[in-house]
Structure formats: C-alpha cells, structure tokens
Write a new protein. Structure first.
Length: 231
C-alpha cells in the first residue's frame, strides 16, 4: 500500500474512535520509518504511543503522539503474503491508543522517560551525562533499552574486553573494543544490515559497587564497526 493511501486509511480509522479515548492524544500520524525488532528478525514495530514532555504533572497535562510506521508495515507485508493492511492498521491503532490511556495513569514513568531523553540529547551533543541514563527508557527486550529512536544494548563485564558480541534483529555481530576504552563504554555501532532509525549503542559496564555511590562515573564514547558472525 502506498504511503498516501495508508495515511488516508489511518485517518479514516482514527475518526471512528470514541472521542473520550483520544483526550490527550496530540496527534495520530503516519511515519515512513522502518523499526526493526531488536531480537527477532521477522518482527517489526508497527506503531507506538510516544509520550510528550509536559510542563506539569497533572493528568490533563499528559499528552501522547500515536505513530504508525508505514515502512514497518511494508517490511511485514513483504514477509507475509497474507498480511492484511486494514486489519493490522486497526489493531495497531487501537493498541497504541490503549497505551496512551495507560501512560496517563503512570505519570512517574513519563517523568523518567523525560529524564532519559534529556540525558540522551546531552550524549549526542558531547555534554556530560549519567552513563546509565538509558535504564530509564523503554525496555524493548531483555537487556535492551530504547530512548526515542536510539537503542542501548547493555552488557555487564568485569574488565574491558578486546571484542564484544551481540545480537540484533536475528543476526549476530562482533565489534572490536577500542584499546583506550574505559568502563562504562558507550559504543555507537555502525555496519548493521538493518539498523534502527537512530543509534544502536552497545554499553559495556561493570556491576555497580559501593564506590559508585560516591564517585561519579564518566562515560567513554566511540564509534565502532560491526562485523556479522555466525555461531
């Protein structure tokens, strides 16, 4: 289905939803992005409810943006000849609206997401930040956290390894860890066959100890190239 046709379909479906369910939904939009699942190769994220920053913490201040990803729908449709665009669009739309209602009931979680987003902006701009901020993001899978379009894969290690292995969207990869890396290390990974829309960051960190309560940890950052490997 073409982007414009899908956008019109979603708009018609949104008009069918009860208005009381949409209180606080700032907009329902279609995005061209492809969002691959961090673990399963055959799965794509079709839609999301994205909480928006709010000035206050009152219920009426909480707003969300509901997004359906046309690129992900196309990718899923290519894999499944019986893929029903209309049925999947309706199920995705109503599912994300339910998420919006859940967000409005969980204000503290939204505040944590806001903090994670602010720290991620600092990371991208080369400013100081808490290296474990991503733990306040969305849990996308075991050991995988998402902050907006960026994904963080956490690995707890005792010392800096020479190489690190990880899985992403059904494939296994290896990266060489820079010799000057210090823990915690945030390694932005290039070279993935199907990357996320933002950064994929491999985080190498040691288990927290008593010293970490008194000594702030600086974060090491570098860009590394991934090589696909088979096990």
């Amino acid at each position: 289905m073409r982007y414009s046709d899908f956008e019109a379909l979603v708009s018609r479906m949104a008009a069918e939803l009860p208005q009381e369910y949409l209180n606080g939904v700032a907009e329902i939009v279609v995005s061209p992005k492809v969002i691959p699942h961090p673990v399963r190769a055959e799965i794509y994220t079709l839609g999301e409810c994205v909480p928006l920053p709010s000035a206050g913490g009152e219920l009426e201040d909480i707003q969300s943006r509901v997004v359906l990803y046309h690129g992900s729908f196309q990718a899923a449709g290519h894999q499944d000849p019986d893929f029903d665009w209309r049925e999947e669009a309706w199920e995705t739309l109503t599912h994300e609206v339910r998420h919006h209602l859940e967000w409005r009931a969980r204000v503290p979680d939204l505040e944590a997401l806001d903090r994670a987003a602010e720290s991620n902006y600092a990371r991208q701009d080369g400013e100081s930040f808490d290296p474990l901020f991503y733990r306040d993001g969305e849990v996308a899978a075991a050991g995988v956290f998402r902050v907006e379009d960026d994904y963080f894969l956490e690995q707890v290690v005792r010392t800096r390894p020479e190489s690190a292995w990880f899985g992403w969207h059904g494939k296994n990869y290896q990266v060489e860890v820079p010799a000057d890396a210090a823990l915690p290390a945030l390694l932005v990974v290039d070279g993935l066959e199907e990357p996320p829309p933002g950064d994929l960051v491999l985080v190498l960190t040691r288990k927290a100890g008593l010293r970490d309560l008194f000594r702030p940890r600086a974060a090491y950052q570098a860009v590394v190239e991934a090589k696909e490997v088979g096990f």
